[in-house]
Design a protein around this ligand. Structure first.
Ligand SMILES: NC(=O)c1ccc[n+]([C@@H]2O[C@H](COP(=O)([O-])OP(=O)(O)OC[C@H]3O[C@@H](n4cnc5c(N)ncnc54)[C@H](OP(=O)(O)O)[C@@H]3O)[C@@H](O)[C@H]2O)c1
Length: 330
């Protein structure tokens, strides 16, 4: 098959090459998918630079999610049939013509979407669902603060929280991204380049019940301060560093909780449980038109380097997708 490789080793976007690679081996309980499109995630940029190794035993090829058609079933798989259109949450391997994935991480393509439109859903839907709903237990009517509201993750978090009946505050770095967040249902819009989010939230709404954070250390103190009593902080990204001082008294006084999690390294049974809930709750919201993929750009997979440059520059609202052009690859 063809896949994105880095023959010259980790480095900048220019190290990504569309080249021949061995077909992945299908194991029991796995499904082989002919990839139609793959989603680009911030973690892909780190892996490309050699700073985020795939979990042991998983594909070294970059790519945490894809859509495609089932071409082969491993022993014991009964939930899908050859020819089914699906999307999949991957530990790696998505930037390729073929991928194999445990069946628990495969979901049917949501009704009403094209295969390309579905490619960027699994990573953001599973991350937001597992952190905001399963761990932080967002309740109807509560306020959720989403940092980076214009990101792939952010655009999904806003939509899921809104579909569920929560209220949403967001931070973003431009008016354009804040406008997009408002269109998706965010009510309190904060430009983090010009405003202090803590000050704005405290002035406008007092505090929030849940924070979905991607900045880590840089925002820890303010994230804790911005929480209401019984508030929950879910840290999923460390773009602002890994180490910070924590005032435990702030947490204690509010009976607040901090939770941090990475989806990629979770055991298979946990990922399968997350996918199952996403399929039963989020997929019907998509079918009902309450939630839709936000696709900021679509490129050919041979243009993966350009896609990485665009994500790095923050040039896109929502997801960037890489499509496989089989005619061109043949
Ligand atoms: N833990 C997990 O399992 C998991 C899974 C998936 C993703 N993630 C994390 O979630 C984050 C989003 O991922 P993605 O793939 O959706 O990436 P992305 O689209 O590249 O988004 C990155 C976002 O960071 C925002 N940002 C940068 N500096 C900020 C600041 N000072 N304050 C608030 N926002 C700021 C950017 O906002 P502007 O563009 O508006 O400047 C942008 O929206 C990443 O940190 C990623 O590592 C974690």
């Amino acid at each position: 098959m063809l896949a994105i490789a880095q023959p010259s080793g980790p480095g900048g976007p220019e190290t990504l090459e569309w080249a021949h690679a061995p077909d992945p081996e299908l194991g029991p309980g796995e499904v082989r998918i002919a990839v139609a499109a793959a989603g680009v995630n911030r973690a892909d940029l780190l892996q490309r630079q050699g700073m985020y190794d795939p979990p042991p035993g998983t594909s070294p090829i970059i790519g945490l999610e894809c859509s495609g058609v089932v071409t082969e079933l491993g022993a014991g798989v009964t939930r899908f049939a050859i020819g089914d259109e699906v999307v999949a949450l991957l530990a790696g391997g998505g930037y390729a013509e073929q991928v194999v994935v445990p069946v628990g991480q495969v979901l049917p393509l949501p009704a009403g979407l094209t295969l390309i439109q579905g490619a960027g859903l699994p990573e953001v839907a599973c991350t937001v669902w597992s952190n905001v709903f399963m761990s932080a237990r967002l309740q109807q009517g509560e306020w959720l603060l989403v940092h980076g509201g214009g990101s792939g993750i952010g655009t999904m978090a806003i939509q899921l929280a809104r579909a569920f009946g929560a209220r949403i505050a967001v931070t973003a770095g431009s008016t354009e991204k804040l406008d997009a967040c408002a269109d998706l249902g965010a009510e309190l819009l904060i430009n983090y380049r010009e405003q202090d989010f803590l000050e704005v939230v405290q002035t406008e709404i007092g505090g929030v019940d849940v924070v979905l954070d991607l900045m880590g250390a840089k925002y820890l103190a303010s994230n804790v301060k911005v929480l209401n009593r019984n508030g929950r902080l879910a840290v999923i990204g460390l773009q602002g560093g890994v180490k910070a001082e924590l005032n435990l008294n702030e947490l204690l006084r509010k009976n607040a909780t901090i939770h941090a999690a990475s989806l990629r390294g979770r055991p298979l049974h946990e990922k399968a449980a997350i996918c199952e809930q996403v399929g039963s709750v989020v997929w019907p919201w998509i079918q009902a038109g309450l939630v839709a993929p936000v696709i900021g750009a679509q490129l050919l997979i041979s243009e993966a380097a350009q896609a990485h440059r665009m994500l790095e520059a923050g040039a896109v609202t929502g997801k960037i997708l890489l499509t496989i052009d089989r005619a061109a690859s043949a």
